[in-house]
Write a protein that binds this ligand. Structure first.
Ligand code: AMP
Ligand code: ZN
Length: 136
């Protein structure tokens, strides 16, 4: 898409620090890293969200996410990494070109995990059932 910032990066119209590229996938450093080495992995085809991707393209992207996670661990000598994908505005998606975040983690980086809640009695079964039904 012509006004998409990530499409512009793919076309070389906006600079980026690329770490990997093939026919279908591009990976480059996030300009505002959570930790150094925070990498974004995107399909070269413009698609808004993960559910818009074909299964084949999603497979190509996720395989590179795994490889880049391994490379981040080995190359930056970090202790772990998070894989994230913000799907939709409510989930924090700001750039409408689907992208996986690979975020290097250090044991002492001070980042907090998301807060958690408790289910009210038997609500978990009801919630699970709604998802199960939608999968059919
Ligand atoms: P999200 O909130 O999941 O849509 O994340 C969008 C990410 O894109 C943010 O982490 C931004 O820092 C990152 N970002 C935005 N513009 C650029 C850019 N020109 N180069 C690299 N990363 C970018
Ligand atoms: Zn795009």
């Amino acid at each position: 898409m012509s006004d998409c910032i990530f499409c512009k990066i793919i076309k070389g119209e906006i600079p980026s620090s690329k770490v990997y590229e093939d026919d279908a996938v591009l990976a480059f450093l996030d300009i505002h890293p959570i930790n150094y080495g925070h990498t974004l992995v995107i399909p070269k085809e413009h698609h808004e969200t993960v559910v818009d991707l074909s299964d084949n393209l999603l497979q190509e992207v996720i395989l590179q996410v795994k490889r880049i996670g391994q490379a981040v661990m080995a190359g930056l000598r970090v202790d772990g990494f998070n894989i994230g994908l913000n799907n939709g505005r409510a989930a924090g998606q700001e750039v409408d070109h689907v992208h996986f975040h690979v975020i290097p983690r250090l044991s002492n980086d001070g980042l907090k995990h998301w807060p958690s809640r408790e289910y009210a009695e038997s609500e978990n079964e009801k919630v699970a059932d709604k998802i199960k039904q939608a999968l059919k």
